[in-house]
Design a protein. Structure first.
Lengths: 115, 114
């Protein structure tokens, strides 16, 4: 069974640009969650999608948005990039909604660098 | 709001010895789940062990076991017979059945010395 696939693995952008990251969950998983990981802030929850609906959202500005498609694949978009957006963005999928006993299965992440 | 605290940013252990990583959490809920995740230097995070709050028995997975103290809101991870491959960052996480959120601690970097 294929794991969680995130593309691209690495991305370099400049300030002011926008970026779209993609996440394909494990087959059959309906929940996709996104996290931002930085050395200073640790692992911070961005949002969770379950059956194409945003179920939960973390404390991030509106520049961060996402969506989930009918095949459960998810995209995350960041507009007007800032230097502080440089981070490892992790996607995780689970069978059921986040918060329950369903473990999260993580992808390898997308390393985003802002110049 | 729930919080998860890992008070040990870094730990080290000698190969074959035992180490315990600490985690405390704060919640007013009675129904929740707790997890330990491992993130090796290759960076893919994987689940190590999970515990249902309603179960009194501590979860065990091979060399990994937890000490779950519900009243004290403590959830420590014990790694027995440490191996070089155990070197990683370990995250404690709290799963709320109420809010549907998963909250991670700041992580503990474990070094295993040969």
């Amino acid at each position: 069974k294929a794991g969680v696939t995130q593309t691209p693995r690495y991305l370099i952008k400049t300030r002011g640009q926008q970026v779209t990251l993609s996440c394909s969950p494990i087959s059959g998983h309906r929940s996709v969650s996104w996290y931002q990981q930085t050395p200073g802030q640790g692992l911070q929850f961005l949002f969770e999608y379950f059956s194409e609906t945003q179920r939960n959202k973390g404390n991030f500005p509106g520049r961060f948005s996402g969506r989930q498609f009918s095949n459960s694949r998810s995209e995350m978009n960041v507009s007007t990039l800032e230097l502080g957006d440089s981070a490892l963005y992790l996607c995780a999928s689970s069978l059921g909604p986040q918060g329950g006993n369903q473990p999260q299965h993580f992808g390898d992440g997308t390393r985003l660098s802002i110049l | 709001a729930q919080t998860v605290t890992q008070s040990q940013p870094e730990m080290s252990v000698q190969e074959a010895e035992t180490v315990t990583l600490s985690c405390t959490y704060d919640t007013s809920e009675s129904d929740y789940y707790l997890f330990w995740y491992k993130q090796p230097p290759s960076r893919q995070m994987i689940l190590v062990i999970r515990q249902e709050a309603y179960k009194q028995q501590n979860a065990t997975e091979n060399r990994f076991s937890v000490n779950f103290q519900k009243a004290a809101k403590s959830f420590s991870l014990k790694i027995s017979d440490s191996q070089l491959g155990d070197a990683a960052m370990y995250f404690c996480a709290f799963g709320s059945s109420n809010t549907g959120k998963l909250i991670f601690g700041q992580g503990t970097t474990l070094q295993v010395k040969p």
